[in-house]
Design a protein around this ligand. Sequence first.
Ligand code: BGC
Length: 448
Amino acid sequence: MKGYVVLISVVAALGGLLFGFDTAVISGTINFIQPYFGLNEVQLGWTVSSLLFGCIAGVIMAGKAGDRYGRKKVLMVAAVLFLLSAIGSASARSLELFIFARILGGVAVGVASILSPMYIAELAPAKYRGTLVSLNQLAIVVGILIAFFSNYLLVDTGVNNWRWMLLVMAAPAVLLFFSLFFVPESPRWLVARNQNDEALKVLIKTAGITNAETELKEIEQTLRVQDESTYADLFAPKVKPLLFIGIILSVFQQITGINTIMYYAPKIFANVGQSNDSALLQTIAIGSTNLVFTLVAMLLIDRYGRKILIVIGSLGMTLMLAGLSLLFFLQETSGILVLVFILGYIAFFAASLGPALWVVVTELFPNRLRSKGMSIAIVSLWIACTIVTIAFPVMLEELSGGVTFLIFALICLANLFYVISYVPETKGKTLEELETTFAAQGNGKANK
Ligand code: BGC
């Protein structure tokens, strides 16, 4: 694989890193902002999820803006928003300002969550696309781990500890902004703007001189009708099933409960009677497991395909959550087993649905409809994420841990059956070949 493509993907994946950091940093601050702003459980759920409302807005804007101004420029705007959010939330003295700054960060997360993987998928050679798009997920989990780790290191810095935790994000935001000056625009976007010579130059560097001309022709063909494409085209009989797969899989990625752990782990550990320090330390174990198993997914995803990973992962997640639920029912939550089941659950998620969702969602849609299709799928993802995030603290308190985790286990099981029946395998083909295959099939039924 060309070093140049990897380098570009790494820069784009910095967007993923900020996405991971910004969404997870909140977990370490919860136990401090709750008393500082005097929040009850319901208000806490809303405060934690304020960022997620920004995400929804960010994705909606990014789809359109990314088509009009290019993936790169809009990612730059996101970098600036990340910076403003870091400074704003870290210095907030009122809940209103805190929430406003978090929403701003959310807009940036929303933008990065769609444009980083899209940009990588549009630059990557087919053979390595799964691995390279997963690089974005790797960056998300690195971001999460950095957040957990810096939260742990900063926890003893006094009453302003949560402010320092939030400010850390300013550094990668600045790095993303400046490094974007060194990467090219997506060749598929350039062709859509009739800048074919520019696109060819990029393709020569990414695909090699022998493949560049052919790739350019393929892209030109699939993009011919981009300008006239509208959201309504997503509901054409041949595309609609793909749209539904994108939406349903995105929603499943969230309602299988990943962020109940990512955002609330210290709260779960406090709930079973552990101290703040030990809770934050355990989040580092969670973050590290997440990282290691994302690497495993990256090694497997282009070899064995996306579907088999998700199937095995969903089965594992179901079993781990069922185990966790059982511990709560039996009131055996004081031992190490809670952590073991949580880590097992994270490992299965990280090796499957975590990266694979982002890969599949960039691959499903035809070139001319990709950003529109991805917008809808990813908006659904953030809406689902918001609902789970608001509901979780209340569920934990009202329904108990046993019932709560049992519900998530059953959802993982439902995802397993859904993927087996409906999600097509997308490995190894160029985006243009996938487009032709899906159009010929006329539906998104699983390739058996
Ligand atoms: C999900 C995030 C989640 C992260 C955890 C991503 O794929 O979309 O919501 O926090 O994985 O690693």
